[in-house]
Design a protein around this ligand. Structure first.
Ligand SMILES: Nc1ncnc2c1ncn2[C@@H]1O[C@H](COP(=O)(O)OP(=O)(O)OP(=O)(O)O)[C@@H](O)[C@H]1O
Ligand SMILES: [Mg+2]
Length: 318
């Protein structure tokens, strides 16, 4: 296939400008979103239900028509050359969308066929991607019989058939147990280490924190925060801890200046304090109040804190 706008190796994997989407029913799903994802990046896209994540992904992968704005994939404008842009992208959508009555091997080979990859080559690639996804022993089984985690991995394997330079995953680990999720993290890390840029949406913030270098938080169709994971987390100035105390929590809790202390139940204290504050002060106050701490843990992961803060401005809205 000819393409008058060839991929530019120096261009970012994704460049989105002022993207808008109004669905036919009048829902304004995206209200001017701009986003850059570097060529080798592992980028998280976070946001509450209905924020616009799948809409954004749908537009980038040409499944959804945009209402305004521009999208470039490795410098290829999706309006100028939609099929060239699509060939650079591998998509793992939110819902399973393969035929449950086909076998993983056929699913992968047929998918490659849509992209014009010759059957011989597709068979070799299918073996490679199914092995990478630890599904080679299931290659000839009916897909319906795969477990939920295996079906998720099959979605990733299929997307890798075209050797995409940008892999986009929309909640690939939803409903997958922690062990399998960890296995998938490994698969995704390997894919990224091989030079493929990855955009990942997930509701597991721990997952985003451990995998992604950059992140954007989207809420009500607008990017509310974006940047390198590390610097965003460092910006957080509050830390939360839970303390399990021996015996019962006293009726009157000690006052600790600058911090907020609450009893969540008769044996647990919940503390929010500035990051700069010394925990010794907390323990001194506990000591003076006769509170003995048996164990403590951080209340939530830090990304969760950031997420809650960035998306809590407006009331809950699904
Ligand atoms: N095909 C559609 N027609 C009309 N409205 C839609 C359509 N798809 C999505 N929407 C609406 O657009 C908004 C954004 O939805 P979207 O699916 O992009 O959110 P999301 O961030 O992916 O949410 P989730 O985390 O639940 O997957 C929502 O208000 C949703 O109801
Ligand atoms: Mg979605």
């Amino acid at each position: 296939m000819s393409s008058h706008t060839a991929a530019d190796p120096a261009a970012p994997a994704l460049r989105v400008r002022d993207l808008c989407k109004i669905y036919d029913n009048g829902v304004e799903a995206l209200k001017g979103v701009s986003l850059d994802v570097g060529a080798g990046d592992f980028h998280a896209l976070l946001g509450p239900n209905g924020a616009g994540k799948s809409t954004l992904i749908g537009i980038v992968s040409s499944l959804v028509n945009k209402s305004g704005g521009t999208v470039e994939v490795f410098g290829v404008d999706i309006d100028a050359d939609r099929s060239a842009a699509m060939r650079l992208i591998g998509l793992v959508p939110q819902e399973f969308n393969f035929n449950m009555f086909e076998k993983p091997l056929d699913i992968c080979v047929n998918y490659a066929g849509f992209y014009g990859i010759p059957r011989e080559q597709a068979l070799a690639r299918a073996e490679e991607v199914l092995k990478d996804a630890h599904l080679w022993d299931k290659a000839d089984k009916m897909s319906r019989t795969l477990s939920g985690g295996m079906k998720r991995r099959l979605m990733i394997a299929r997307a890798m058939m075209t050797r995409p330079r940008l892999l986009i995953l929309d909640e690939p680990t939803a409903g997958v147990d922690i062990e399998i999720r960890r296995g998938m993290w490994k698969t995704l890390k390997d894919i990224n280490a091989g030079g493929t840029a990855i955009i990942l949406t997930t509701h597991y913030l721990e997952e985003a924190e451990s995998l992604c270098r950059n992140l954007a938080i989207i809420d009500h169709g607008t990017i509310v925060e974006r940047g390198p994971m590390k610097s965003l987390l460092a910006k957080l100035d509050v830390e939360g801890f839970l303390f399990d105390v021996e015996g019962e929590v006293p009726a009157v809790l000690p006052q600790i200046e600058g911090a907020t202390l609450l009893a969540t139940d008769a044996h647990t204290l919940d503390l929010d304090m500035p990051r700069a504050m010394d925990l010794n002060r907390v323990f001194a106050a506990f000591d003076a109040a006769g509170i003995r701490v048996r164990s403590m843990r951080t209340k939530s992961n830090r990304l969760e804190e950031l997420f809650v803060r960035m998306t809590a401005r407006e009331g809950a809205q699904a």
